[in-house]
Design a binder for this molecule. Structure first.
Ligand SMILES: Cc1cc2nc3c(=O)[nH]c(=O)nc-3n(C[C@H](O)[C@H](O)[C@H](O)COP(=O)(O)OP(=O)(O)OC[C@H]3O[C@@H](n4cnc5c(N)ncnc54)[C@H](O)[C@@H]3O)c2cc1C
Length: 261
């Protein structure tokens, strides 16, 4: 199912997903992407293994590519997980094309663009990062389109984390997208600002956005996006705003020009 011209929702099904438990709203997993020889997953011995460990248990001929994605929804009763994947590079339908849009595709984007019902892939769970120290304080989020699934889960979850109430207008989210068509509304009480890049490099909106933020009021920041945007936002909050490092959770979800293996 297409959520936007370049974001596809894919449903994974496995009996084991009935026992799987989400710990945090931004929980993620390693997707094991089969090569041309398919994916010969070992039947046992996977419990407790890291994603890399699991991939290493698979013989050379069938060794998968590994990429990270967010669990957008989990339906334990039917053993299903939804994942929303950005179709970038040649697989994205962007309308107008800038140099930035023409970035190469990778195995994750290719898989998402071409996968069909019944295809097999591997799922190895990981744990999300969202962990506000003062859940009732002012929270700020920075994301790009790859972190939109995680951010949407955080902002719409009735119970974002154990003991944390649903987020209201004291939370502000800034989302940088390439084009208007990447905007996918989020039903949340939090304040959401969309920043359209229109062909510029990642991180374009950071100085403008942070100009209006009073960093001393920030009790927690969650920054997940392209690595340079993350670095810039974090640096700005710490250096210019004096926000304590331990109040910031961050992850470079992808890096321009490099594969995220
Ligand atoms: C914890 C975590 C959760 C994530 N959740 C999601 C998610 O739910 N949905 C999602 O779509 N992504 C998500 N990502 C990001 C995703 O893992 C990366 O975008 C990954 O690089 C995609 O792999 P690929 O094989 O398509 O491209 P790669 O092989 O990694 O890279 C190939 C080329 O494509 C470029 N590239 C990679 N991603 C993009 C992009 N989005 N736009 C433009 N160019 C790109 C790279 O810079 C490189 O030049 C997540 C990452 C992490 C770490």
């Amino acid at each position: 199912m297409s959520l936007t011209p370049r974001m596809r929702r894919i449903t994974l099904h496995a009996p084991q997903l009935t026992d799987y438990e989400l710990l945090r709203p931004d929980d993620f997993f390693a997707l094991l992407i089969p090569g041309p020889a398919g994916l010969d997953l070992p039947a046992d011995g996977l419990v407790g293994s890291s994603p890399r460990g699991v991939a290493d248990l698979i013989g050379d001929r069938c060794r998968p590519e590994l990429r990270w994605y967010t669990v957008r929804a989990h339906r334990p009763d039917v053993g299903e997980v939804d994942v929303d994947i950005v179709l970038h590079g040649d697989h994205g339908d962007h309308g107008d094309h800038s140099d930035h849009d023409h970035a190469a595709s990778g195995p994750g984007g290719r898989w998402a663009a071409t996968v069909t019902p019944g295809d097999v892939a591997g799922f190895v769970e990981g744990n999300g990062l969202y962990s506000p120290t003062d859940p009732s304080g002012r929270q700020v989020f920075f994301a790009d389109v790859t972190a939109l699934p995680a951010l949407s889960s955080i902002l719409t979850s009735p119970e974002p984390a154990p003991g944390v109430a649903a987020l209201g207008s004291q939370a502000t989210a800034h989302i940088e997208v390439d084009h208007d068509s990447d905007i996918h509304p989020i039903a949340t009480g939090a304040t959401v600002h969309w920043h359209v890049r229109d062909g510029g490099p990642p991180g374009l909106s950071i100085p403008r956005v942070l100009d209006g933020v009073a960093p001393e009021e920030i009790s927690y920041a969650w920054i997940c996006a392209e690595a340079s945007l993350v670095q810039e936002a974090r640096r700005f909050l710490i250096a210019q705003g004096g926000v304590a490092k331990e109040l910031i959770t961050f992850s470079g979800y992808w890096r321009q020009g490099e594969a995220r293996t």
